[in-house]
Design a protein around this ligand. Structure first.
Ligand SMILES: *Cc1c(COP(=O)(O)O)cnc(C)c1O
Length: 439
């Protein structure tokens, strides 16, 4: 249907919504709602498009999926099969990668406040790169690597100071940020120089991540220009040609609504390669080995959330609220960022939309909205609502607010549905509660 023209991987048959070759109403009945659904074929296709874009250009690179967007052991397996790398930002994500048997020589560890325990774990597992964010961490890592008898390859995270046009909460490339070292204010140069004095870390290159849900490729060109110019400045502290590396982060946007027009994965990768080639040539540098860290652009369009409609509450002259059986606990991005989503009634998917509804969650919070203005056909209690593009930063950011158990995650592969994360039970919620010491 035209109002869903921006959505990938769906079909409508017998008035029902199909996703990844599976009837979503059947999924709701079989696994219950709310339900997070991941179209694994679609996620695989995105991974392949990233990996093959570098291969076609014959540019050595690792496409390190940003685990924070959505990470489970089964998804780690899928990534490993697709030849992807993995970017983790906590001990928990590292533990997930290890439990899945993910190859550690493709893992990169991020974070602006990695603990000593997390760094020890990363060293013990042998992660490929640690992206150093601050001087405290640089010295701590050097000491811990020394204790472990290792020399850890690192990248230094720099902030190029590019202003991206996106929500301020997800802007990370400008100077006033908790992430990395500023280039303009000299902090990055000082950090790079400092690595020379340390013997248990080996600096291979630089990292930058300028923001998320970005549509404008000129931001990336600008960032590459600034970071490569800086690379040329600090060349003396970097390894020989063959080992030089540059990590350009993630951030490619996706189509949450028909008004969103992000570039394709192919255009995005081509832009990064072109800009890096041009700028390194201009500064007499070799082409570095590239890393990128896409999260949202791989997993967001592959995800869908299914809810069952409960109360339908018309407020005369204002709007009609539709309350679903989930909430901001499983769908935080509307409350958190004012993010906008598209939806359809999965059991009436063939019918044209008739009016806009305000889709609310069931949490005790007025801000608990799923979609402020959803364009739907006539809604009745018991309908199954499918909210599109929820693969990124929902499961990953979910909570137990109001003591709501987290939904299950179901993966769709080749028209088959498989339970990937089981639904939480009340027992799960109570598991860590103690009535008295140690009881
Ligand atoms: C969040 C993040 C990413 C992934 O961003 P997406 O917008 O999901 O592609 C990559 N790298 C770093 C350092 C991040 O913080």
């Amino acid at each position: 249907m035209s109002h869903l023209s921006h959505i990938e991987g769906y079909a409508i048959a017998h008035d029902r919504l199909w996703f990844g070759g599976v009837d979503t109403v059947d999924l709701a009945h079989r696994f219950g709602t709310p339900l997070w659904v991941i179209n694994e074929d679609l996620a695989r296709d995105k991974c392949r498009r990233y990996v093959s874009s570098f291969a076609r250009a014959e540019v050595p690179a690792t496409v390190a999926y940003a685990g924070k967007a959505f990470l489970t052991t089964s998804f780690c397996r899928l990534l490993a099969e697709e030849g992807m790398g993995l970017d983790v930002c906590s001990g928990g994500e590292l533990a997930t990668a290890r439990a899945a048997g993910f190859p550690m020589d493709r893992v990169l560890f991020h974070g602006n406040n990695k603990s000593a325990d997390e760094l020890r774990l990363a060293l013990e597992m042998g992660v490929a790169r640690i992206v150093v964010d601050n001087l405290h961490e640089l010295h701590l890592l050097d000491r811990l690597a020394g204790e472990a008898g290792k020399v850890q390859p690192i990248l230094v995270r720099v902030t190029p100071g590019v202003n991206t046009h996106t929500h301020s909460h997800i802007q990370t490339g400008h100077l006033d940020t908790k992430f990395g070292f500023g280039i303009e204010n000299g902090l990055a140069a000082a950090a790079v120089a400092r690595t020379r004095e340390l013997v248990h870390v080996r600096l291979l290159g630089l990292h930058c991540h300028i923001g998320s849900q970005l549509f404008d490729l000129s931001c990336y060109r600008a960032a590459v220009g600034i970071v490569v110019a800086f690379l040329a400045e600090v060349r003396a502290f970097l390894p020989n040609d063959a080992a030089l590396e540059l990590d350009l982060g993630g951030g490619l946007g996706i189509r949450y609504t028909a008004e969103d027009h992000p570039p394709s994965i192919e255009e995005y990768v081509a832009t990064l390669i072109e800009a890096t080639r041009r700028e390194t040539a201009a500064h007499g540098l070799p082409m570095p080995r590239l890393w990128i860290e896409p999260g949202r652009s791989i997993i967001a369009p592959a995800g869908l959330t299914l809810y069952t409609v409960g109360a339908v509450k018309p407020i005369p002259g204002i709007r009609t609220y539709v309350a679903v059986d989930g909430s901001m606990a499983d769908h935080p991005r509307t409350a958190l960022y004012g993010a906008v989503y598209s939806a359809v009634l999965a059991n009436k998917a063939g019918r044209p939309p008739r009016q806009t509804y305000a889709v609310a969650g069931k949490a005790c919070e007025s801000g608990d909205m799923i979609i402020h203005q959803a364009w739907l056909s006539d809604v009745e209690p018991g309908d199954v609502l499918a909210v599109f593009c929820t693969g990124a930063y929902h499961y990953a950011m979910s909570s137990n607010y109001n003591r709501l158990p987290r939904p299950a995650v179901v993966g769709l592969t080749g028209g088959q549905a498989r339970l990937r994360v089981r639904r939480e039970t009340y027992e799960d919620l109570l598991r860590h509660d103690l009535l008295s010491d140690g009881e």
